[in-house]
Design a protein around this ligand. Sequence first.
Ligand code: ZN
Length: 481
Amino acid sequence: MPLVRLSLLIVAVGSLLSCQSAPQAPEHAGLLVLHNLNLVDVEQGKLQANQLVVVQQDRIVAIAPEQDLAKYPDATQIDAGGQYLIPGLWDMHVHFEGRDLVEDNALLLPVYLAYGITGVREAASNLAPVVLSWRQQVEQGRLLGPKIFTAGQMFEGIDSLWDGDLEVGTEQQMRDGMDKLQHMQVDFIKITENTLQPDLYLATIREARRRGFLVSSHVPYGTSIGELSDAGLSSIEHASYLLRLGFADEGQTAAAVRAGQLTIQQAADHYKTGFDQQLAIKGYQQLAAQHVAVTPTLIGGRQLAHLHDTDHSHDQFLQYLTKDFTASYQWRIDRMKGETAEQQQQRKDKEQLIAAQLPYLWQAGVTLLAGSDSAALNTYVYPAQALHDELELFQQAGLTPAQILQTATINGARFMRQDQDYGSIAVGKKAELVLLHDNPLQNISATRQVQALLYQGQWYDKSQLEQLLQKAAARKQQLEH
Ligand SMILES: [Zn+2]
């Protein structure tokens, strides 16, 4: 199948129609009809068999039963062979980072598309100006990659561990930083807890909300989750923090840290034993009531828990990652080398306990967002592929495939207030569509078998997606020599 450029077809039809003397254009020229489809309704978690989807430029203009195909004789028709159509997947937590890794990250952008991922939420990095430029170029169709939402730089305290963050020590500095991010037109605010003081942490959330921003954050030991929610937090990044809700004295512990009566290490040790599941569930209900979403990011913890018993040297995805990119994995590997067998087991147990929270969170009504936390600094959390790993971990944790699909489609679109255009297959929405070989409502692993993609008005069949991957692998080789 040659590349189908709908936008060009539309221009041709438009010019013919505007000219009275020209022969009349066929009524449906310029339309693309994808037919013989099993359409996955992610909102209802149901399959609609024998459907067709009509696309004009980059929008869905009609959805109809297969027998309506005869109504579109002049449209470009693509027979989907009874395969399964889902909306493009969104990875709601990635980082494009590394001052010397601009090209190494850039080559991965088309790889996201080949993996069925048409949107990413970039949770801040030391490449903010680059990421903002990519966001614009993708939007304008000058760069092939997923739609990008970015936090730009994240808020931190003075002398934090991180490079390229926005380090603030006073409310005035925080407001100046917020001005800067507003000027950069970031899509949301991200806050992390390395050295940012608790009171300023809460003030940053309030200021972000006052200015109309969504705000995502970690959880410092010096603030309770309830305090963050009350301040207006939009999402908690990493479900590991939620375990603190299983402790009756979470609030007192945070207050003790803030008062200097307890060190961070003592607080961390305190939370190691005594988790109460019923108490945690009450906390999740409170999160749901306050509309705080959660991005679990399980795959990072899984990879670390199995670092000592997994050989990654033959991982297929390494063909897209430069040696410079994977060199940044080493710091965590080194940091964990001294772990005892007992510590390794504790890590695995904790990882299991975190994963086990997902069904409880769902039942409590908490919005879950699928995010991989893929980043050069996050060891063996491979860009694009890690979202699929994450979705499989959700399945192992006990969520249904229908629930999991929501976390990677409509939930993200709603969270970003973009669901008028994205997140499901519906008339009027953008036609960012992924064709799968198998039914993802039976097994979420089906999302790995991407057969074709419609994105920005262009159809990519399997061989064209394969070409995108080959180009990325070739670019990786080129950068290494
Ligand atoms: Zn992250």
